[in-house]
Structure formats: structure tokens, C-alpha cells
Design a binder for this molecule. Sequence first.
Ligand SMILES: Nc1ncnc2c1ncn2[C@@H]1O[C@H](COP(=O)(O)OP(=O)(O)OP(=O)(O)O)[C@@H](O)[C@H]1O
Length: 238
Amino acid sequence: MAAPAPLLDVRGVAKSFTMHLRGGIRLPVVANVSFALHPGECVVLGGPSGVGKSSILRMVYGNYAVDAGEILVRDEGGAMRDLGAGDPRTVLALRERSIGYVSQFLRAVPRASALEVVADPLVRLGTPRETARDRAAAMLARLNLPEALFDLPPATFSGGEKQRVNIARGFLTEHPILLLDEPTASLDAANRDVVVGMIREKLRQGVAVLGIFHDEPVRQAVATRILDVSVFSARKAA
Ligand SMILES: Nc1ncnc2c1ncn2[C@@H]1O[C@H](COP(=O)(O)OP(=O)(O)OP(=O)(O)O)[C@@H](O)[C@H]1O
């Protein structure tokens, strides 16, 4: 039987940063990063601080260009497309339909209410505004955000409230791949458990998750595999 096709196939990726304000010195971070992500899998990036976990996540989302290698993402039609090549149209198309991302911090649009911030990706994908707002409200309620906050802009919300708005926004769309950067970092235990439940639900639906979780109980509850990023460290070899 043929091996199941991955949703994400990272092949031989390398990244170094050039420090322009330090005479252009190059800071190698990772090299030969290779792994695949299949439906229903949750791969957690592990390893010590500064080893390159966030850098890998950002490359997979197309925020950082790669120096070498490929980041192949399965598109809607089933073709594997290289997001690492940095073509902006490919990156945007894959972000719309294939890869979702929950960053640690909410980058909110000024004046937009929490409900609008959460509903916006669905509206852009063609869901009627009212339906999108209803679904956004249900998701925010599940995350225990007080209803009094739904119509307010998240700019003045607490760290944990902002993080829940961000999670709701990222989880409401149905991307086959979901990237999570410390989604529970600012949450209390009860809301952390809600998010763990939401991640497991995504995995049951066949979504593939790639994430960073420093919180050990969360990691234990969701990881199907832990990938130690130290094995890709470019500094040892440098
Ligand atoms: N934009 C950047 N410019 C220069 N150096 C960077 C940049 N982003 C990351 N680095 C460097 O790359 C290395 C890896 O950083 P990264 O944030 O990927 O590590 P991490 O494993 O996610 O760390 P942590 O667990 O502390 O968040 C660090 O030495 C960091 O200083």
C-alpha cells in the first residue's frame, strides 16, 4: 500500500539571518529541516529556547523566505505547491484555503469589534455576514469571552482575552493545516482546557496541526509527535 500523501512536506530547508546593522554577519539558525505532516497529526516543535522553532513556523507560513529547500503544501486541487519559493500569489492563495495560523499576539484592525475580527476570514471566503457573525459569537462563547466584549474592539482587552479572540479567528475557518504558536500562553487553566478540546476536535476532523507549546500538559494532551528542532540546528555545524 502506498504511504498516505502528506498535507505539508518540508524538504531540506535552511535559514540564516543576515544582520545588516552588524556589518552583514550571517547568523545560521537551521539547516536540513525535513519533516512531513499528515491529516490528523499534531507535530509539536520542541527543543531549547532560540533553537529555531518560531523561525520554522514562520517559514511554513511564508513569513520568512527560505535560503534552501522546499516547503510543499497541498492545495485545494491536491497539487503540492512550494510556498518556500516566496511567490506572493502562491503564499496568499495557500493562506486563504490551505494554511491557517494562530500567532501568539492578535494584530487587530483598529475599531473593528471582536465579533468582526473573528468573523472576517469567513466573510472573505464567501460566508454571509450574519452567518459568520453567529458562528463567531458561538466560538467566542465557547472560549468564555464575556458577551459584553463582543461588540468592542479588542485593543483594550486583557492578554488572555486577546488571545481567545485570536484563537476563535484561527479556528473558525476550515484550513486543512493549522499552525499554532503558543496558543495557550496567556490562558487560565479552564480556557486552556477549552483550547485543548478544540485542537483535538480539529485533529479528529483530519486537520493537520504544527505547533509550539511550552506548556507541558497541553503538549502531552495534543501531540502525536514531538520534533526536536535541535537536530536541525545550524549552529552546531557552523
Ligand atoms: N528576524 C530575525 N532576525 C535576526 N535573528 C532572528 C530573527 N528571528 C529569529 N532570529 C534568531 O534566530 C534564532 C532562533 O529564533 P527562534 O525565535 O526561531 O527560536 P525559538 O526556538 O522559537 O525560541 P523560543 O523558544 O525562545 O521562542 C535566535 O537566535 C533568534 O535570535
